[in-house]
Design a binder for this molecule. Structure first.
Ligand code: G4P
Length: 512
C-alpha cells in the first residue's frame, strides 16, 4: 500500500543525537539488534553504513544512505519507513539538498541544552523551500537543558512557525522521570526506573503540581495540533525525549506513521506526477561511486514516484534516451542490502551502473516526463586544482567528472588556461575531494587559491551570450555539462555584470 509508506529524513546539527535517534528508530521497527551500549556504537556504525575511508578517519558520515524498516501495529497495519540519512557535518554539501528533494517529511532534532543551531536552521529552510513538513524532537531531556518554554519559543520565533507541544518531560536532567504524552495523559518512564513518583503516576495518580501547571500553560499557550497546518508546513508538532535512553522515540515514530504525508506527487515541467499514475517513474537524487572498493561500481539512488516497479523492468533514463533493463535493484535495509523484487512509490532503490545514470535523470517507462527541482548551487569557495604528477591529467579529469556527478564538488573548465577550478559550498568538501582522489583514483593533487570568489551560470540568447563570452573570456568557464559559467572576483562583480547585461541571466542555481 502506497499510503503506508513514509519517506523521511532527519535534520540536525552535528552532535544533537541524529545517529542515536536513527538507531533507536531502527530498533523500534525491530530492524536491528545492536549489541552493547552506545560506547560500542562508534565502530558498529562505521561497519554498517560508512563506506569511505575519510569517514573512518574523521568519524563522520559524509555520504547519505538509505535505511528501510517496517513497524507492525496492533490493528494489523504495517507501515514501511524509508529513512534517508543526510550528512551530519557542519559543512553540508549539495548532497544534503538533493536528499531532501527525495523525502516527504523530516524530523528536526534539537539538543535541549543548545536549541536551534545554524546548521539546523539552514536545513530547515531547505525543507521549507521544498514544502517538506517537519516534526520536532527535542532531545537529551535526561540532561540539564534549557527551560522547555524557551525552546518552544525559540523554534516558533526563529523559524516563524507555530509550535504545538505533544509531549512534555517530567523533570529534566537529574530529575528526569519520564515523558508525558499530553494527549492521553500517560507517562512513560525509563526502563528499570522504579522511583516512587512514577509508580504513582502509573496508577493514574495526579501529576506533581509543578508539572501539571507547566502542561496546563503549554496547552493554553500554544496552538493545538492541526494536521493540515502541519502538512502545509505552518506548524510543527514538538516531542520531547531522550534518544539515548530510548524515550519519546516510539511516540515520534508513531506520529510519523499517523501524521506524516504519504508519498507525494512530484513536479515535472508539465505538471505533477501523482503516485497513483500507472506508469513507473522516478528520479535519481544521488549517485555514489565506489561503494565497494573491490568492484568499481556506481550506485544511482532512485526515488520511485509512480507505478509499481518490478525487478527486470525496462526504464528509459532521460539522460540516455534508450531503455535499460534493471536486473539488480537494491533495497537498503538497516544492515543489509537486498535485491528488490518490487518497489512502490516513496521507495528508494539503488541501481548499479557504470556511469549511465546521473543525478537529476528521470527514469520512466514511456520517456515522456522530466522531473524538475534538483538544483546545482553556486559554489561559495573556488580553488584551483593542480597535480603533483602532471602525467595523471586524464585520471584527474575522469575523477573530477565522477565526483562532480556525485555532487561532492563542482568542476569548472576555464576557457583560457589549463587549470581547472573546483567549486564547493563548504570547506569539508575539499578535504573529501583530496582524500577520495588519493584513495579511489590514486591521484595526488593539491588545491591552490583561485582568483575568483563566486560563480554564476549565465543564460540568454546565443548571440548575446557569445558577445558576452568574447569580452569576458578570462572569466568564463564551462561546467561539466559544457554550460557557460561566469567566474567572478566578488559579488559586486556579479552585480556590475548583471547591470551591464540586462538580457542575460546570472543564476546561483542550475536545474539539472
Ligand atoms: P549526531 O549523529 O547528531 O552527531 O549525534 P550522536 O547521535 O552521535 O550523539 C552525539 C552525542 O550525544 C553522543 O555522545 C551521544 O551519546 C549523545 N546523546 C545522544 N542522544 C542523547 C540523549 O538523549 N541524552 C544524552 N544524555 N546524550 C545523548 P558522545 O559522548 O559524543 O558519543 P559516544 O561516545 O557516547 O558515542
Amino acid at each position: 500500500m502506497t499510503s503506508n509508506r513514509r519517506t523521511f529524513a532527519i535534520i540536525s546539527h552535528p552532535d544533537a543525537g541524529k545517529t542515536t535517534l536513527t538507531e533507536k528508530l531502527l530498533l523500534q521497527g525491530g530492524a536491528i539488534h545492536l549489541a552493547g551500549e552506545v560506547k560500542a556504537r562508534g565502530n558498529a556504525r562505521r561497519a554498517r553504513s560508512d563506506w569511505m575511508k575519510i569517514e573512518q578517519q574523521r568519524g563522520i558520515s559524509v555520504t547519505s544512505s538509505v535505511m528501510t524498516f517496517e513497524k507492525t501495529y496492533e490493528n494489523g497495519d504495517i507501515v514501511t519507513f524509508n529513512l534517508l540519512d543526510t550528512p551530519g557535518h557542519e559543512d553540508f554539501s549539495e548532497d544534503t539538498y538533493r536528499t531532501l528533494t527525495a523525502v516527504d517529511s523530516a524530523i528536526m532534532v534539537i539538543d535541549a541544552a543548545k536549541g536551534i543551531e545554524p546548521q539546523t536552521r539552514k536545513l530547515f529552510e531547505v525543507c521549507r523551500l521544498r514544502s517538506v513538513p517537519i516534526m520536532t524532537f527535542i532531545n537529551k531531556a535526561d540532561r540539564e537543558g534549557r527551560p522547555c518554554f524557551d525552546l518552544l519559543d525559540e523554534v516558533a520565533d526563529m523559524l516563524a512557525l507555530d509550535v504545538s507541544p505533544q509531549s512534555w518531560p517530567v523533570g529534566m536532567g537529574g530529575l528526569f522521570e519520564g515523558i508525558l504524552d499530553i494527549g492521553s495523559g500517560r507517562v512513560s518512564r525509563p526502563e528499570g526506573d522504579s522511583r516512587e513518583f512514577l509508580g504513582k503516576v502509573d496508577e493514574g495518580a495526579a501529576l506533581p503540581e509543578d508539572v501539571a501547571e507547566e502542561v496546563e500553560l503549554a496547552q493554553a499557550g500554544y496552538p493545538e495540533f492541526d494536521l493540515d497546518a502541519y502538512r502545509s508546513g505552518d506548524l510543527t508538532p514538538v516531542y520531547f525525549g531522550s534518544a539515548l535512553k530510548n524515550f519519546g522515540v516510539a511516540e515520534l515514530i508513531d506520529a510519523i506513521a499517523r501524521y506524516a504525508p504519504p508519498p507525494r506527487p512530484q513536479p515535472t515541467d508539465a505538471g505533477e506526477i501523482a503516485p497513483d499514475r500507472g506508469e513507473v517513474s522516478g528520479f535519481i537524487f544521488k549517485v555514489q561511486a565506489n561503494m565497494d572498493p573491490q568492484h568499481r561500481d556506481r550506485i544511482a539512488f532512485m526515488r520511485l514516484v509512480s507505478g509499481t516497479f518490478k525487478r527486470g523492468m525496462k526504464l528509459t533514463p532521460s539522460g540516455l534516451g534508450k531503455p535499460i533493463a534493471i536486473h539488480s535493484p537494491i533495497m537498503f535495509f538497516a544492515q543489509d542490502r537486498e535485491i528488490a523484487d518490487t518497489a512502490l512509490p516513496g521507495d528508494i532503490i539503488g541501481i548499479p551502473n557504470h556511469g549511465t545514470l546521473r543525478v537529476g535523470d528521470t527514469l520512466s517507462e514511456k520517456n515522456e516526463i522530466r522531473f524538475t527541482g534538483l538544483p546545482n548551487f553556486a559554489p561559495e569557495i573556488l580553488q584551483r586544482i593542480a597535480l603533483k604528477d602532471p602525467t595523471k591529467t586524464k585520471q584527474l579529469r575522469k575523477a573530477l567528472d565522477d565526483l562532480s556527478e556525485e555532487g561532492v564538488i563542482q568542476v569548472f573548465y576555464p576557457e583560457i588556461g589549463a587549470q581547472w577550478i573546483i567549486g564547493v559550498v563548504g570547506q569539508l568538501q575539499l578535504e573529501v575531494l583530496i582524500s577520495r582522489l588519493e584513495a579511489e583514483y590514486k591521484v595526488e593533487a593539491v588545491l591552490e587559491p583561485a582568483p575568483f570568489d563566486t560563480a554564476r551560470w549565465v543564460t540568454g540568447e546565443d548571440s548575446v551570450l557569445d558577445a558576452f563570452a568574447d569580452i569576458n573570456k578570462s572569466n568564463l568557464a564551462r561546467d561539466r555539462d559544457g554550460d557557460p559559467v561566469f567566474l567572478a572576483k566578488s559579488a559586486w562583480d556579479v552585480g556590475y555584470q548583471e547591470e551591464r547585461n540586462p538580457d542575460l541571466r546570472f543564476s546561483t542555481t542550475k536545474e539539472r
